[in-house]
Design a protein around this ligand. Sequence first.
Ligand SMILES: [Zn+2]
Length: 205
Amino acid sequence: MGATWSENKMTVPKVVFRYSFVYDDAWLMAMNKKLKTNGNKESLKCSKSIQKKWDKIARNVLIRMEKISGLEWQVPYLVCYLVNCCPRAALSDPLTIEMMKDENLVIAILIHELGHVILFQNRKILPTNIDKKYGLNNKESRELVATSIQKLVYQEIFTAKTSKRYIDFYKRWDIYRKIFRIIQKEGAENIIKDEVKQWQEKNSK
Ligand SMILES: [Zn+2]
C-alpha cells in the first residue's frame, strides 16, 4: 500500500453523520413508510446532535476496535447515513443507521456496524472455515465476528448494565440470539482470533 495513512497511524477515521433526503426517501418508499411533517428538518437536527455525542467517544472506540480485532482502519473518513427507516435498524455498507429517540442506542448500533466495517476493510481472502466450525451460514458467520467485536467494545466502554441493555436490543432478532449464544459459549476473543488469524495466514501465503 506504500506510505499510506494507515501506516502512519496518525489518526483513526473521522465518522461523519449525514442526512440525505434522497437516500432516506428511497428507504421510506421501499419500506412503504411515510415521513412525519418536518421530518427533513428534524433529521438534520438529529444528525448534528448524534455527531456531537459520537465525537466525544469516537477516538476511544475506534482505537479499541483496532486492539480488539488486531486489525487497522484503512480509511481516514467514513460517512454514516442517518435515515428514518431501514431493514434491521442499520446497514454496514453504505454505513446507515435508523434515527431513534435514544441517541445513545444509535451510537451503540454504530459500534456494531463499525465491527463489520473494520472486518471488511481488511478481509482480502474469503472464506474462512469459521462458518463450518460454528455451524453457521455465510451471513451468520459475518455477524458472529462483528458482534464479537461489538460485545468486547461494549464491555470496555459501558457499564455491565448499559452493555446488557444494548445487547438485549439485538436479541429481538433470532439471528442475534443465536450469535450471542455462540459468543457466550466460545468467547468473543477466541472467535475474533480464530477468524483474523485465518485471514492473516491465507494472506501471507
Ligand atoms: Zn451486523
